[in-house]
Write a protein that binds this ligand. Sequence first.
Ligand SMILES: *Cc1c(COP(=O)(O)O)cnc(C)c1O
Length: 370
Amino acid sequence: MGVYEALGVRPVINARGTLTALGGSVMDPAVVAAMAEAATAFVDLPDLHRRAGRRIADLLGVEAACVTSGAAAGLTIATAALMARDRIEAVLALPDTTGLPDEVVVLKAHRMLYDQAVLVAGARFVEVGVASAARIEQVDAAITDNTACLFYAAESADTRGSLPLAALAECAHARGVPVLVDAAAEIPPPDNLRRFLDEGADLVVVSGGKELAGPQSSGLIIGDRRLIDFCHANSFPEHSIGRGMKTDKETIAGLVKAVELWVARDYSVIFDRWESLVAQVLDALAGLPGVTAERGFPTEPGIQPIVIPRAYVSQAGRPAAELRDALLEHDPPIAVGIEQDRLAINPQCLRDDELPTLLAALTALLRPPR
Ligand SMILES: *Cc1c(COP(=O)(O)O)cnc(C)c1O
């Protein structure tokens, strides 16, 4: 019996994407091997943490990097770093921010569920504009001596109340304020790993357990070398706000290996494969009465990554939620998303050998009863 079966948990066919609630991603055997090897010896953990960050920064072509236990941990640690820097009393006092700049300026349109991780460090948000509109002058007016940073949620970049990152960064930098970007799930496209830094971000957080396919509880902060040093001061294994967000030796070694594999990926091949999976779903459903199946691209902002094609499927008279729930009842369970009131089948995490099961389940569900 497998580890999941022994607990009465059924492995899921994932046609939804790198969702944390479904396990993030599946690691390459070479990543698992690196973790297993790391588990066999003691090391100087602070030294490993620093060296792994330097290796990952070299691989990605960025100035510096700090391994975290996820993008959410990265947000907390980066926020702590931008407030307390490496002043030991301040580092140890967080989330008490007495005497520190602790305001994080954010567009109203960029508030989202993950930003609680910023508050964990002890910061407060200062919201600018309304959900549907904001002006750069309002951002400038919100910056004071008490501003720790400007926070930018990359997933909200295309919403109505957003402003271009480059313009925000220019405004913030003119006032000596750094910019922190949440790009947890913005890969692919692969260029996004560097793009936000190129557009003026000082620190960017990325999940290690999504498209990078590292350990699920891993992540990265990348960016300015001096600020990454401050991140280390506020990270495990130092006593700090980051102490509970542990990055063990196995996770660190696994993420290094995952990044090595990721930089060698050929995304033109990967996108072709995704397109082919979507096309096979559309082909299998063509001609079923009452069924609409079409390629969806790009998806609506907020459901990342937007550049991965989807198969959008709907059936007249049947709510998308009913179809989704029926697929979760399938044996094995099949997880699909809902976007724009339609089933959204995302090929990102789908294995080739799972496609026949997915197609059979979909056609059985959508075929009219005899
Ligand atoms: C997934 C996600 C996070 C959290 O990432 P973890 O690596 O799971 O901690 C934060 N922000 C956004 C936008 C995300 O999609």
